[in-house]
Design a protein around this ligand. Structure first.
Ligand code: DAH
Length: 332
């Protein structure tokens, strides 16, 4: 293309330009790296050009260049003055977009509620780690390598020798060592076991461990705290009872039941294992069992959320099925 043609084409293109985007395209087409004006100069071999021609080409090229720059500048000013770049097509009469709000997962809402209750009773709340040492998960809790209790918890071992905690009891040793006695704390969180899945078994579930160690703590304190706690969760007076249960890290150990009406029948429902912290567990954390005693309990948070909301299948909690989760929206 000749210089005059390029100039005419540029002016014609600019006449149609209404927006910054369109102007940018025109600018690239003419003065960009591979633009028509840019290439004109690039394609001329000055070394072989006679001096006269050099002079006339140079002058004409410089004229074209400055005309081009000026025309683009004017077009930019025209667009800016027209306010075209502010114009967003928007119809204020259209109905709004419906943004759906998320809701707190039923296990987490149960956890938050329980945390509040225990805080009001002077307990601290710690989440703890999901990957813990073998010692914290087992040995510190009086479960040595050859103890049959290990077989009850089909464990996910990590390559570095740590484990995905099989229970929140794994927090007991760390808390007792770090906080010392007296201590009152709960440890809610996720636990993992290599379970075959069915309506009551999940490989990923939530527990809430509780621990209270002080001078002269007895089974009476355990019962009182549990009764108080459950009455607040279920918003009525709750009756509890203890049955013997075995766990290596408590002595004596219990199963705690509470009385409730299920399917129209009043009956005892097994709720959580608990007991008096075993002297060996205290000793493993450097606490003298002659001076301090305490209780511990392991609440199945997932199980409690099932009871509270009447969820029939534990697998629903981890499925991320919106139809399930949306039932727990607070609705107005
Ligand atoms: N950690 C036990 C489990 O997951 C539950 C448990 C039993 C916790 C007795 C306790 C306890 O604190 O005292 O099977």
């Amino acid at each position: 293309m000749k210089l005059a043609e390029i100039q005419a084409a540029l002016l014609a293109d600019l006449a149609d330009v209404r927006t910054d985007e369109a102007l940018n395209l025109v600018r690239a087409r003419y003065t960009g790296k591979d633009g028509l004006v840019t290439n004109l100069r690039k394609n001329v071999d000055f070394s072989t050009m006679p001096i006269e021609e050099k002079r006339s080409f140079g002058g004409a090229f410089n004229d074209l260049k400055s005309t081009t720059d000026e025309a683009i500048r004017q077009a930019a000013a025209r667009i800016a003055a027209s306010g075209a770049h502010d114009v967003v097509p928007f119809d204020f009469t259209l109905p709004g977009t419906d943004h759906r709000l998320g809701a707190i997962h039923p296990i987490l809402s149960t956890q938050i509620e329980i945390e509040d209750i225990f805080r009001s009773m002077g307990f601290q709340v710690f989440a703890g780690d999901e990957a813990v040492s073998e010692f914290e998960n087992f040995d510190a809790l009086n479960i040595p390598g050859d103890h049959p209790a290990r077989d009850m918890q089909d464990t996910f071992w990590l390559e570095n020798g740590m484990v995905l905690r099989t229970h929140t009891s794994s927090m007991q040793n760390r808390a007792l060592r770090k906080l010392g006695a007296p201590v009152r704390a709960i440890f809610p969180g996720r636990c993992f076991r290599n379970e075959a899945l069915d309506i009551t078994h999940e490989n990923t579930f939530y527990q809430l461990e509780g621990l209270m160690v002080d001078r002269d703590v007895s089974v009476a304190n355990l019962i009182a705290v549990m009764r108080d706690f459950l009455s607040q969760v279920f918003r009525r007076e709750i009756e509890v009872r203890l049955r013997p249960g075995f766990f290596p890290f408590v002595e004596p150990g219990f199963e705690l039941d509470f009385k409730t009406t299920l399917n129209g029948v009043r009956r005892w429902v097994e709720l959580m294992p608990c007991g008096m912290v075993h002297p060996a567990v205290l000793r493993n954390a450097g606490i003298d069992p002659a001076e301090f005693s305490g209780f511990a309990f392991g609440l199945g948070l997932t199980r409690l959320a099932m009871l509270k909301h009447g969820v029939p299948d534990v697998r629903l909690f981890n499925k991320a099925d919106l139809r399930f989760c949306q039932q727990f929206h607070a609705s107005l």
